[in-house]
Design a protein around this ligand. Structure first.
Ligand code: ATP
Ligand code: MG
Length: 227
């Protein structure tokens, strides 16, 4: 059974597709067998990005495919190690199903209260629906100033939820990377790449912790330890 990491949110344009693509690119560079699942059938941002990436001859192509439901996506992804799920703009009943089937659920958010409030509300709803809190993490995105990051992190942490280390600033360099089928860690600016890598590493660490703890993914060896 593959490890599933999903990117969900209550608002559009906060960075779900951006982080999903970045994580898929990290997985491709790490030679992991991964599939980027695009559940946003209207936009298919991630699928189009992967097509551009392939057309530009990337050494690390990303396998992206659109599906209408998480069940369908997972049924077609049993042969991969990692499923990365990019979801549509607004949370829906399907969001809960996606969260239930994910080892880690990432909620990207901007730093304004307009973004943070619905993010914390969604975290609370997911928790109330039985999603363990330690599977949930907020990713601070599209920030303009360091103090904005501090305040946003405090807001989320005070509400009792985890934030991934690092943050993604709002930069034209990230946008032009996307335009060329590249990701947050693959821009032409090494400082931007480093910044994005910090957040990606934090996510990777969380995924590994959940993978070890999570029942559905345990492969028991003869002595009972996790393979
Ligand atoms: N840190 C950033 N700096 C500059 N541009 C960014 C940044 N993050 C995202 N963008 C751009 O903002 C737009 C929205 O980002 P993205 O598609 O990741 O959001 P989303 O949450 O997936 O939106 P939707 O809800 O519509 O699917 C895209 O054009 C993306 O390239
Ligand atoms: Mg999107």
């Amino acid at each position: 059974m593959p490890v599933t990491v999903s990117f969900v949110g209550q608002k559009g344009g906060v960075g779900k597709s951006t982080l999903a693509r970045a994580f898929a690119a990290v997985a491709a560079r790490g030679k992991l067998k991964a599939k980027l699942v695009d559940l946003d059938l209207n936009q298919q941002t991630s699928v189009r990005w992967a097509t551009t990436r392939a057309a530009r001859g990337s050494t690390f192509p990303v396998d992206a495919e659109a599906f209408s439901t998480i069940e369908d996506a997972l049924a077609h992804s049993q042969s991969v190690d990692l499923v990365i799920v990019d979801t549509p703009g607004h949370a829906s009943p399907e969001t809960l199903e996606i969260a239930r089937k994910s080892h880690v659920v990432v909620l990207p958010t901007g730093a304004s209260t307009d973004d943070l409030y619905p993010t914390v509300l969604l975290l609370y709803e997911l928790e109330q629906m039985g999603i363990p809190k330690d599977r949930l993490a907020v990713a601070l995105c599209r920030l303009l100033e360091l103090r904005e990051e501090h305040a946003a992190r405090k807001y989320v942490n005070t509400a009792g939820y985890e934030t991934l280390h690092g943050s993604i600033p709002e930069r034209a360099g990230y946008r032009s990377a996307h335009n060329q089928g590249q990701s947050l860690t693959e821009t032409t600016d090494q400082a931007l790449n480093r910044r994005a890598r910090t957040l990606m590493e934090s996510l990777l660490e969380k995924v590994l912790v959940q993978l070890k703890a999570s029942k559905p993914c345990e492969k028991q060896t003869g002595n009972g330890s996790i393979a």
